[in-house]
Design a protein around this ligand. Sequence first.
Ligand code: AVJ
Length: 320
Amino acid sequence: PLGKVTRVSFRDEHPDLGDGREEILKGLSLPQKSVNPKWFYDQRGSELFDEITRLPEYYPTRTEVLILEKHREAIARICGSDCVLIEPGSGSSEKVRIFLDTLKPSVYVPIDISASFLKDSAEALGEEYPWLDIHAVCADFNSGWGFLDELPPSPRVVFYPGSTIGNLEPDMAQRFLKSLRDMVGPDGGVLIGVDTHKSTERLNAAYNDSAGVTADFNLNILRRMNELLDADFHESRFSHRAFYNENQRRIEMHLVSDCAQEVSHASGSIDFREGESIHTECSYKYSLEGFAALAGSGGFDIAETWQDDEALFSLHYLRA
Ligand code: AVJ
């Protein structure tokens, strides 16, 4: 029999990610060696992150899902049926399913850098929601938002869950919000999930799980660098380290060199002292006031905030 008729379209902006070589080597040549956390997410890294979201210690994902489920009616009311719902970094569009039936947006625009994964995810979503217009776009943040111009002129709402904004340094987070502000215009909004500042013990546990999955996730970036740089990092010579930096209100993840060593790559080598680290990730945590200040600096007011009973996580609706 014929498959169900769906209303899914796909557009490829051909995002150019570069091969990462130059960028990564530059980070590794700084006094504090560092690498951008975006390189975590190859196939294995994405699988490991998926496993992280189900760990008992890692509260953000399940807490955000509970908040979305509990407040789907209020979310629909404030976003407004008929909005154009845009999700940058949509992945498998898991969380949006929670409120799609309640919200009934006029179009859903999942945006991701992985073309084949995005296509499959959008098609699966279309089968499940045959009434929904889906306009999938393969793009990154450098592609601009021109592709939105062909969509209906309804108010635009950006869905940005997962505390992904926590990966950005505050000045970059501000710039990101400003670009969203320009994109959604004066009558649009942003539905954004943000992890909250809380006890150091609770935060440290979430990034140092007893099963060691976060450690594997962190160490996986060495494998990734081996591929990208033709390098010879050995997972056995580095250790996972994650801690809450209370002054900066951020989790820092590092890979600490267990010994003095020289790591070679296609165009040279990198020296490590014993105990020297590569900074692999920041995950900023915000108090409600702190996030309100950030949102304000990006051109938004917080129109509504939802939290779980323990205030572990927050979901905000930002209005221009
Ligand atoms: C995907 C950036 C939200 O910061 O909690 C989880 C990534 N790193 N455990 C986070 C992550 C280690 C995650 N974000």
